[in-house]
Design a binder for this molecule. Structure first.
Ligand code: SF4
Length: 345
């Protein structure tokens, strides 16, 4: 392991101040061979349970995010702009400059034990992926899950990471005492598209293995089919292949969401599009002419097609007769509010 200060003190204190206030941060930057090109900013955060602004429109009000930035490096990730709040780059910097809240488990335990906490649902994986590769190194989620289990606090997890299977026992233990929701994000199954647009993630088939493994354990797992990428993963045969694979994996639900391109993600995605699919740039300009979201007609079409396929392949409420108290996590809603930005993963 090689420890190295990669940022100038001045830059680092600016990042520190942007993170949590200059007096609360202990930052250590590390660059290890197994994470070549990735820098970890280890911080002792001041708080870990965040309230979602505009929560009335959300299926949850509280979130826990042990990381900021994500080595899964999805080109379309719209948490990218949150790196800008830290004075960090929203493109390659989002993929390689990872903020790690090393005290997340102890902070969460404190919060759950506080008299002001009312035991509300906590959603994880709503900003960046809590089971991204960094979690293999820092192992924050076992402590987080243990705290939630010990306080019988309901929670849900949305992830693209296969690492969640490491914590299966904890999930099961938590589900004995509270409601636990798990969803895996699989927008498509095309391997070529996956390699270029989600280069740091486990392959879609490996993510479906997670669904399979959870189902085998009697743990219901939904699939958030996100994003459906216009002109690249939305053909009838592509949608069918994805929904069929989701069904075969034993998912209890499938929820499609069309790609949306918020500022930060939009620039990064458009540059990628121009490199890999230049003939589509104009079509995207037209489709997203009115803003971050695909037109309503497009969203409705995708939803209808996927729901029809889900019925055809038998995904749906009939599958959702789940033992104990584990159920699919509520899908992340399509509308987000600053500054707590929610991300489809
Ligand atoms: S979309 Fe999710 S998994 Fe992909 S980079 Fe963003 S936070 Fe990570």
């Amino acid at each position: 392991m090689r420890w190295e200060n990669l940022t100038a003190d001045q830059d680092r204190s600016r990042v520190d101040a942007a993170l949590f206030g200059a007096d609360t941060v202990v930052t250590r930057t590390v660059d290890t061979p197994e994470f070549r090109g990735v820098t970890f900013h280890e911080v002792r955060a001041r708080s870990i349970v965040n309230r979602v602004p505009g929560a009335s429109r959300m299926p949850f009000e509280w979130t826990v995010n042990p990381y900021r930035g994500c080595t899964h490096a999805c080109v379309y990730c719209f948490a990218r702009s949150t790196h800008g709040y830290l004075d960090l780059d929203t493109g390659i910097g989002f993929d390689t400059q990872i903020v790690v809240k090393v005290n997340a488990p102890e902070l969460l335990r404190q919060r759950l034990a506080s008299r002001s906490w009312r035991g509300e649902h906590i959603a994880m994986g709503t900003n960046v992926d809590c089971y991204q590769r960094a979690e293999g190194r820092y192992r924050l989620m076992p402590g987080v899950l243990a705290a939630l289990r010990d306080h019988a606090n309901p929670f849900s997890i949305l992830t693209k990471g296969t690492l969640i299977l490491r914590d299966l026992d904890l999930l099961r233990q938590a589900a004995e005492v509270t409601d636990v929701g798990v969803s895996v994000s699989v927008g498509f199954t095309d391997p070529d598209l996956w390699r270029t647009v989600e280069p740091g993630t486990p392959a879609p088939e490996r993510r479906l293995d997670v669904v399979r493994a959870l189902a085998a354990q009697g743990i219901g797992c939904g699939v958030l089919m996100a994003p459906v990428i216009p002109f690249l993963s939305d053909g009838p045969d592509q949608l069918r292949a994805t929904v069929r694979a989701v069904a075969e994996a034993g998912a209890t639900s499938v929820t499609p969401l069309a790609l949306h391109l918020r500022p930060g993600a939009r620039e990064w995605f458009t540059a990628w599009l121009a490199r890999h699919h230049p003939h589509l740039v104009r079509r995207y300009e037209r489709l997203y002419a009115d803003g971050a979201y695909a037109p309503k007609w497009y969203q409705r079409r995708i939803t209808r097609q996927v729901h029809e396929l889900a019925r055809e392949y038998g995904i749906g409420p009939a599958r959702a007769e789940l033992p104990r108290r584990i159920r699919p996590a509520a899908p992340t809603p399509p509308r987000m509010t600053e500054p707590t930005q929610l991300t489809l993963i």
